[in-house]
Design a protein around this ligand. Structure first.
Ligand SMILES: [Zn+2]
Length: 175
């Protein structure tokens, strides 16, 4: 009793895992995305998964790609038991441009909210005990200009979906 955590100290425990785009511009300008995230969430410790498009492959990628990212996430959840998962795609993302062509910012945001809703639902299915927060990193041409939290917009989008899209298992939620 009381020895279960003997080999796992608080220093081993990271509070969050954050999904970023690999885009160099996130770290290139006066506003650094790690600092911007820290000031919004109020703690310093988060693991990083950086992929082109951030969450893009989890929605639009090939199955083996999607699986590889979920394996990375699974490792980090096992190692550090994060309380939070932060999803941080961005506007003017080259990976999204490759998939969808040139779009205006409103269309980009609409796509990102939709994808954030899909990924939030996916993550909560695997890890029902974590909490997910969603952000959109807003880009100027060469640098990050803002980081906006959109968790409530994503929740509203999820709530607006038919329940069959919230859950591709064949059971009914109790709502
Ligand atoms: Zn990007």
């Amino acid at each position: 009793m009381g020895t279960a955590a003997a080999h796992s100290t608080d220093a081993d425990r990271c509070q969050a895992t954050a999904f970023f785009c690999s885009d160099y511009r996130h770290w290139n300008g006066p506003l650094n995305i790690s600092q911007a995230l820290r000031s919004l969430v109020g703690h310093a410790g988060f693991d990083k998964i950086a992929k082109p498009g951030a969450i893009h492959a989890l929605v639009h990628g090939e199955e083996h790609h999607r699986r590889a990212i979920l394996d990375d996430l699974s490792d980090l959840v096992s190692l550090h038991q994060p309380e939070w998962i932060y999803l941080i795609p961005h506007t003017d993302c080259g990976k999204y441009r490759l998939s969808f062509g040139q779009r205006d910012e409103a269309e980009q945001r609409q796509q990102l909210i939709q994808d954030l809703a899909t990924v939030t639902t996916l993550i909560l299915r695997y890890y029902p005990l974590v909490r997910v927060r969603s952000f959109i990193a807003v880009m100027k041409p060469d640098t990050l200009s803002d980081l906006e939290e959109v968790t409530s917009l994503v929740a509203a989008h999820i709530a607006s979906l038919p329940s069959s899209m919230n859950d591709d298992q064949d059971h009914r939620g109790t709502d």
